[in-house]
Ligand binder design. Structure first.
Ligand SMILES: [Zn+2]
Length: 176
């Protein structure tokens, strides 16, 4: 469900690539990074990232680099009830560690070269936080026609279904 193009498309503001030797020359001194990034390629089948506003501090501590701060994700998606285009904003707390021989799923790899590119880490945060089942509003009641059309649109199957299965469909959807 996640589509990513080649590294060539990983262009973004230069602030998103930190100089590792300079971080370790200034151990204990946070490097603040504040910038906006309009990624062209971060999207799921359900939603797309439009703009990221990053405000974090990088700091070298012993052999590691920590990244702490916030990321505001502005996304667009299709409302799962009325299918209208809808937009929203999600605030993500960043609290990550880069280190050599990173542990899968816990820390990020600190590269051997001199450049620490923050974009793969940010991309992962965004993918995890893009909405799977967006709503244009909590009170959206879907299109005015019939309730049946709403549930058909929800599961992308154009056939009549027992409404008792709708609950199961919801559960499966949120498990993805
Ligand atoms: Zn809606």
């Amino acid at each position: 469900m996640t589509r990513m193009k080649s590294d060539r498309d990983l262009s973004g503001p230069s602030e998103l690539v930190a100089d590792i030797p300079s971080l370790f020359r200034n151990t204990g001194v946070p490097l603040n990074i504040s910038c906006e990034w309009e990624p062209e390629y971060i999207e799921t089948s359900y939603s797309k990232a439009n703009l990221l506003e990053l405000d974090i501090a990088l700091e070298a501590v012993s052999e590691r680099v920590t990244a702490i701060g916030t990321l505001i994700l502005q996304w667009s998606a299709q409302c799962r009830r009325c299918l209208d285009h809808t937009i929203g904003e999600t605030k993500i707390s960043i609290n990550e560690v880069f280190e050599k021989s990173a542990s899968e799923g816990e820390t990020f790899e600190l590269p051997n070269n001199e450049k620490l590119d923050l974009k793969p880490m940010l991309t992962e945060q965004v993918i995890l936080n893009l909405p799977l089942t967006a709503l244009c509003s909590e009170s959206c009641s879907g299109p005015s026609e019939t309730k049946f059309l709403v549930s058909a649109a929800d599961d992308n199957i154009g056939e009549k279904k027992d409404p008792r299965w709708a609950i199961l469909d919801e559960l499966q959807l949120s498990d993805e």
